[in-house]
Design a protein around this ligand. Structure first.
Ligand code: SF4
Ligand code: FES
Length: 336
């Protein structure tokens, strides 16, 4: 089995494992090493062919393999690059790489509106976390941001295209979980957008999972919109006998009221199981559920920690670029 070293930590992995998966294995083996895991905005382990779109997961390969030790000339997408025996990878230990990731973040934020104060995804948005850790305090973009006319894609999911970063995750959900996908990415380049074919509604039994996989607030739950900030709610593990899915969910509660139902997410912010729209949208009464107990959000995020910690990689980045202001209050996010 090939051995790879990521940020000076060695691990042996099965043939065909990607650098990202190897880093996640290191993080799973020892929680204290989770900082070596690159961030992901488009890769989703449960969705086939995901990854390769956003470049946030880039790493530097300083030794290709035992057989061919030459370094790879440019940063590579860790979600799409397989491990070779003897490979040496740098992520948080390489200031230049962190600087490159800062550049990727800046690109992702060129068109993304900084409307976190009114966005339903705030507090659990992967781009918010990424911007917080890697963003600049000011935007250097002088042109007008692209904006879209609102499109109605049904009565349960709200599409806010201005916030979309074109990660394709929702398209993969449509392709792999629902029959007869009715939405996708139309056009190319800076006019590419998520749309339904001839404005058809996304109403398949499993379409609600698009909300959970969307890393930003582009797809939100219409039955929850503007009901509460997510950090004011209490996540509870619960289940019910469901004929369509496993029925294992998280209830986001305020007192005895169920404000939102989502799937259960793991430490990488990915769903453990996809749930059906029946569980998600039609069972907002706590009597329909067997509540198991409070859910621990095991991920570095606002709702996970209720505050931001300064991760190790951030300390390194701050040292590498003393004149940048990557750490700050939310109102110091890039472009504000
Ligand atoms: S709507 Fe969300 S999940 Fe779909 S491509 Fe845009 S950012 Fe990704
Ligand atoms: S997570 Fe690897 S390119 Fe997006």
């Amino acid at each position: 089995m090939p051995k790879v070293t990521i940020d000076n930590i060695e691990i042996e992995v099965p043939e065909g494992t990607t650098i990202l998966q190897a880093a996640r294995m290191i993080g799973e083996r020892d929680k204290a090493h989770r900082h070596v895991v690159p961030p992901t905005m488009c890769y989703y382990s449960k969705l086939k062919t995901s990854g390769g779109y956003c470049r946030t997961c880039i790493v530097k390969v300083t030794k290709g393999s035992e057989k061919d030790p030459r370094p790879m000339p440019k940063p590579v997408a860790s979600c799409r690059t397989a491990v070779m025996d003897g490979m040496v990878v740098e992520n948080t230990t390489n200031p230049d790489l962190l600087d490159a990731r800062r550049g990727v973040t800046e690109f992702l934020l060129i068109n993304h509106p900084l409307d976190c104060p009114i966005c339903d995804q705030a507090g659990e948005c992967h781009l918010q976390d990424l911007g917080y850790e890697h963003g600049l305090s000011k935007s250097r973009y002088a042109f007008e941001r692209r904006t879209f006319e609102p499109i109605d894609i049904g009565d349960t999911i709200k599409l806010h295209m201005n916030r979309c970063i074109l990660c394709y995750r929702c398209v993969k959900v449509g392709e792999q979980l629902t029959d007869g996908r009715v939405h996708g990415v139309i056009n190319r380049g800076d006019v590419a957008e998520i749309s339904t074919y001839i404005q058809q509604a996304v109403d398949n039994d499993f379409s609600g999972n698009m909300i959970d996989v969307c890393p930003v607030g582009a797809l939100t739950d219409r039955t929850f919109r503007f009901t509460s900030r997510v950090w004011y709610t209490k996540p509870m593990d619960a289940h019910r006998a469901c004929p369509t899915c496993s029925g294992r969910v998280v209830l986001w509660m305020k007192g005895d009221e169920v404000l939102r139902v989502t799937g259960r997410k793991d430490q990488w912010g990915e769903l453990e199981e996809f749930i059906c729209n029946g569980c998600r949208f039609d069972h907002k009464d706590v009597k329909h559920w067997t509540v198991e107990g409070p859910r621990t959000v095991d991920r570095h995020s606002v709702i996970g920690a209720n505050h931001y910690e300064l991760p190790q990689k951030q300390k390194l980045l701050t040292k590498a670029a003393p004149d940048s202001t990557p750490v700050g209050r939310p109102n110091e996010l890039p472009g504000r």
